[in-house]
Design a protein around this ligand. Structure first.
Ligand code: FES
Length: 407
């Protein structure tokens, strides 16, 4: 497919810049969206490069900055990054597990100008929280929640939902209320990266989702604006796909730890696309002119049934990464859509969620050794089709050669 570079006049400015400043992390979450081959990506941009990224992002028009990882607190220069972002006028959100957020650190970050902290919990119980992250961090997170309040930040709690914790939704919301949370994000797992490897163990049933939604509604009605609740159903139970990232290269720009720039945080797994690096190109060129960012802009790239679909503007054909993972081609209709000829795959996953015992297969934790082991298995051809797609030679982003302009 030839990439048509859309004229600059037809391209929006990015609003969101996500800086994944490191892939190092003390936690080992089973649903982590970091690349499955992250253990290969040791390189991290230095402070000077991040300063340049922040400046270029702001010049491009980005106003919201998310700082995530891995665990961003593992970077000693986090305060410098925040300070620079503050001077440029970003609204700055730190997305953290809380591990490493000491009182000294939060005080420094406050002084540097950090606006917002989003703290993740894995569950309302110590046992499940610690199991899912393969750490003993539940009590520590509670202490961090106190610090966030003490330093007058809005309490923003994030808990990824899935089969193993979704039935605890009432307890999770009680915990959030007791902590004085202003916002709670209860997003069902998006099945990319590590979550995709663990899909059979993590996919909730329709009954579980409906129950969770009803409980979320009950809390919403009772608490109103006092505690805002965002509840997102898994798209596997939808008839139409989501307008992923609000469109490819439309609003979001992600810079990975090593400087690779992506239109969404998991696109690095897509084969036959060269994503540019900020060490070689400016963010402006990458956003407006790079073939990778223009690949799925507009609708010229669409195939049937999207091409002639009256709803194509609504969802833009869904998620490119999901289309690749489920149907093997990023330019196809997202199989979540009932009109997709591959929708059967989604129906099967949903059916299996009802049948399978979550403990049937060992769950895979996000660790360096698992990442390396899986890469080894990929070479020896032991993975199933979908898992293998996460590891295809071309999908291992870092060391690949240029194949710009074709998929
Ligand atoms: Fe990459 Fe949807 S997650 S386009």
């Amino acid at each position: 497919m030839t990439v048509k570079v859309v004229g600059r006049e037809n391209i929006n400015q990015p609003l969101w810049l996500l800086a994944e400043v490191t892939y190092r992390c003390p936690l080992h979450c089973v649903f982590c969206y970091n690349p499955v081959d992250y253990a290969k990506q040791h390189e991290e941009l230095d402070t000077k490069h991040w300063m340049r990224v922040l400046n270029e992002g702001r010049e491009l028009g980005a106003a919201q900055l998310g700082i995530s990882g891995g665990e961003p607190l593992l970077r000693n220069d986090l305060e410098d990054i925040v300070k620079e972002a503050r001077s440029l006028g970003y609204y700055i959100n730190l997305i953290t597990s809380g591990i490493g957020l000491t009182e000294k650190r939060i005080e420094n970050l406050k002084n540097a100008g950090l606006d917002h902290i989003q703290l993740s919990f894995q569950d309302s119980t110590k046992e499940m929280n610690d199991f899912l992250s393969s750490t003993k961090t539940f009590e520590l997170k509670n202490k961090v929640a106190d610090l966030i309040k003490k330093y007058d930040y809005p309490m923003v709690l994030n808990c990824v939902l899935h089969k193993l914790n979704i039935d605890h939704i009432r307890e999770i919301l009680d915990m959030a209320e007791n902590m004085g949370a202003e916002y709670v994000e209860l997003a069902n797992t998006q099945f990319y990266s590590w979550a995709s490897l663990n899909k059979k163990q993590l996919m909730p049933t329709k009954k579980q989702c409906n129950h969770a939604e009803a409980v979320a509604m009950e809390f919403r009605e009772r608490l109103g604006n006092k505690m805002k609740i965002y509840f997102v159903m898994p798209d596997y139970y939808s008839k139409r796909p989501k307008k992923c990232m609000n469109g490819w290269g439309n609003v979001f720009i992600t810079v990975q730890a090593d400087g690779t720039v992506l239109p969404c945080h998991v696109a690095g797994m897509l084969p036959n696309i060269e994503f540019s690096n900020v060490k070689e190109k400016t963010l402006e060129w990458i956003w407006y002119d790079s073939p990778s960012f223009n690949l799925f802009r507009g609708d010229d790239w669409m195939k049937e049934p999207c091409k002639s679909c009256p709803e194509k503007e609504k969802d833009l054909g869904g998620c490119r990464c999901q289309a690749y993972m489920l149907a093997g081609d990023a330019s196809l209709t997202d199989p979540i859509c009932e009109k997709s000829p591959h929708h059967e795959i989604v129906r099967n996953v949903v059916r299996d969620a009802e049948l399978l015992d979550a403990n049937e297969k060992p769950i895979i934790f996000r660790t360096d050794s698992e990442s390396r082991r899986l890469m080894g298995e990929k070479v020896n051809g032991k993975l199933n089709l979908e898992d293998r797609r996460l590891f295809e030679e071309e999908a291992i982003a870092s060391a690949e050669k240029s194949r710009v302009g074709s998929v």
